[in-house]
Design a binder for this molecule. Sequence first.
Ligand SMILES: [Zn+2]
Length: 257
Amino acid sequence: MNKKHLTLILALPAMLLLQNCIKEKENVIPEIPKVTEHWGYERPESWGGVSGGCAGIYQSPIDINTAATIKADLPGLKFSYSSFPISIIDNGHTIQVNTNSYSTANTVSYKDKKYQLKQFHFHAMSEHTINGEHAPMEVHLVHAADDGAILVVGLMIKEGTSNGLINKVWNNLPAVKEKEELKNENIDMDEVLPAGRGYYSYTGSLTTPPCAMGLQWMVMREPLYLSSAQISTFRAMYDHNYRPVQPLNRRMVYEKR
Ligand SMILES: [Zn+2]
């Protein structure tokens, strides 16, 4: 055996291992360990016992006091979304749609950094409050950058006209829990974005265990409107999957109008 062959044989296991790692990483948000322990919305104050992160200082959601936001000339959010097939799961805490391999074709850019849309999911009531008031629901569009940084776009959901994208999602609800189903229907997230791109921004955490911190939160100033029937459809499945608002602890909330 010559030296070249030997090098190749020695390098092969390492190459295979690397390939597997890449494959495994594709669908998960980097840097965030999965929580296997059971948790629920009955006792969110006990989440610190499930994951130490939930007892952290800079947590989400928060109340947004619009009289106290810092109104500044902030950079815009540049959305670049395109159509992808619904891949949906009822994970026992919410209904979630994953982008999987379509994440690279669905991005948002903020401060010269590009984040890929990984998934979106729903809460009832809203998790954030604005001037102490909940909206009936909230949707979270979870994006991650290549370096693991996470940016979540939150949309308060209010009652109004029905939304076409949500109709498609509700028509493709999974038959069973905890099993992702790929459906034969495409959606385009442009359909849920409000016309105005103003936002409230602050640094916070995931709102479910492990409550990882250092997330960039962008709560859009304009809500997403759903019909009362669309809101009822979700609330018949999940009526109380929101974490209470957390102390601000001297954090600044910025506002772009
Ligand atoms: Zn959420």
